[in-house]
Design a protein around this ligand. Sequence first.
Ligand SMILES: Cc1cc2nc3c(=O)[nH]c(=O)nc-3n(C[C@H](O)[C@H](O)[C@H](O)COP(=O)(O)O)c2cc1C
Length: 359
Amino acid sequence: MPGLFDELKIRDLIIPNRIWLSPMCQYSAIDGLPNTWHTVHLGKYAMGKVGLIMTEASGISPSARSTLHDTGIWNDEQVDAWRTIVDFVHLQGVKIGIQLWHAGQKSSTTTPWQGQDYVDANSGGWQAVAPSEIAFGKLPKPRSLTEEEIHSIIDQYRQAATRSLKAGFNVVEIHGAHGYLIHSFLSPITNHRKDQYGGSFENRTRFVTEVVKAIREVWPINRPLFLRTSSHDWIEGGWSTLENSELAKKLLPLGVDLIDCSSGGIKSDISYPVAPGYQVKFSEDIKNSSQMLTCAVGVITDPLFAEEIVRSNKADAVMLGREFLRNPNWVLTTAEVLGVDLEWLNQYKQGKPRKTLPY
Ligand SMILES: Cc1cc2nc3c(=O)[nH]c(=O)nc-3n(C[C@H](O)[C@H](O)[C@H](O)COP(=O)(O)O)c2cc1C
């Protein structure tokens, strides 16, 4: 079985290793434009030899954002700004994907460090939308989407994928997790619709299926498409691992190459059994029941544990979030631990630990 430092080929893309940056919102953009913060933030992971960098969740329209400070990809100015970052990452031999999202019930809030309170229209906010009018925690009730509006959001995903291609991204990842719009269609907890987008498994998965088809119309056949799902709602009557595996089987022939296995987020008052590798079993479930590729995420911090996840075929890759905030050079230090002779960037070569000299 391959290990962390083996390449992974998906369609025509060769990803140099299997340690990837998990998408992480930075709440540092204005008008959806990535700026110097995003260049330095993402650039440092390219310098640290992460195999695949996934951008933060980026809005497919202004009202798809969770906050006024999320990045976006709904106009050409944003394409140009992303292109600078994409080019820099590529120059370091690293690949980069963009995570596309619509925040749905959780949109129009302040940032986490401001309390994630609702932002009303007087302060630049907007009306949140969702499959059904069910409030998330302290936020006001969202407005239920009409079928016409659903179709126009699907078209926004298509346009965002076209722009992602123009910006040079190697991968598109659809954000289908954490209680945002796609997940809230999947879960019976938040989807009480009586039309063709609610009720049965077939109906609840219709929206994501149509998003996948729309993106695949414009996203080239030789480029990978990922989907992040919440594999489990951790609540009775919610989206289950069984349904998640069925969704993977349904989407594989439609052009989804990899499920990024996260969990949770559908309601505000659920407690999660967070522990090292607590979501790895969701990745295993999908691998055991389909040909779908997966990546595992969630409290993966130990190099030997990460290597074991990939070597034992529980996932094809691992994504790290908070550990990379603590140590952007985790890939370099992990190579040392595993005894892998990783090529460092020319500019940093003199910093590489030597076997024969103390310094
Ligand atoms: C600051 C921060 C921002 C995040 N933003 C996103 C995001 O934009 N999209 C997403 O799918 N998950 C997001 N997440 C979740 C992470 O991608 C990851 O799944 C989670 O932190 C668990 O992995 P970890 O234990 O390695 O941090 C975010 C997490 C953090 C800490």
